[in-house]
Design a binder for this molecule. Sequence first.
Ligand code: ZN
Length: 410
Amino acid sequence: MHARNVINDLRELAKLTSNADGAQRLAWGPVWRQARQWFNGKLAELGITPELDAAGNSWATRRGDSDRTVIIGSHLDSVPNGGWLDGALGMMAGLEALRMFKDQRPPVTLKVVDWADEEGARFSRSLLGSSAASGSLEVSEVEHLADKTGVRLVDALKENGVELSRMHESQKHLKAINAKAYLELHIEQGPVLEAANKSAGIVIGTFGVERHLLRFVGQAAHSGSTPIPMRKDAFLAAAESTLAFREIARKHTTPQSRVVCTVGTVKVEPGIVTAVPGVCEISLDQRALDAGVLAQMLADARAASWRIAADNNVSVEWQRIWKIEPRPFDPALIKLCAEAVQEVTGDAPRLPSGPLHDAAEMVPHMPVVMMFTYSSNGLSHCKEEDTPEEHLEKAIDAFLLLVRKVSYST
Ligand SMILES: [Zn+2]
């Protein structure tokens, strides 16, 4: 029954806020505001009026016997041409959790938060509302941002009653909550649960990321006249390093811990079919849940690139583009989450999250856990995004069971 309500709400929202290309709930725009208004109508049926914090995050509260608070978070915003589940699933599950306690006062206070602009699809800054509330947002980092049409972030915010310079005040709002736990249900957006045919999985944390640009420099030379042993081919050094990076990721992958690495860009100079490449620049994105493993992967990759550069008579320089620490989730909540998933689905697969989520921003402030559900073909951020209903129902049931378990746990 509960799962049915959630799916019906999801279909209703999709109908209201999608066109033939998919969901159009771009943060700070009219369709997103319409989605929030629709959601507020559902809350009104429960006698709940949500409040906005200084960052535009919307908080719905059901007071319980204690002010200890279980927060259920997600986001109503979508990417342009998005799917019907990313973000919306977590919000509708939160709404159903509030319904679950409509006629029965919960032992703890329940809050459902709709984080503003999780996707960052319009202004290129993901997790905007949750990072403001958690204190990790620097105004200087976003004040210059504008969308494709030239509208500035600061003006789009103002249109929605949010002052960029005061977004940090949402921290006070978050700190005032006596938080017992933060829970988030989300689609996996990857192929792991589908491959194992599992409806739901326990997320043990979000990956840390080390992202670098590597510049290999050799010597451009004529492809006809330069003998192979005398070349300084920067591309070959980059290519050999790329294969070595894959081996490093394989070496650090264990049954308990999957790590990944990706060389996503390659730029060769001079880029002429008759010239030995003198310069080759590649990106390397390494991810792992364990900070020590991530550091070792990086050290291994550096060492491999230096060795391979020397073998190829070229030099290599590393430049860091971005880094974020791994955010492991709370062991006690992981255990409760595993119990809930086990009871409903008969199994309790654990997996890390490659993508970041608002939940990661809450890790420094309170115990956090996420639950993932099966994603068809691993697709997300597109209209094909889907979860078969029989899997979706089980995941929703497991999540609501988790909410009850956490609410009644001491
Ligand atoms: Zn999402």
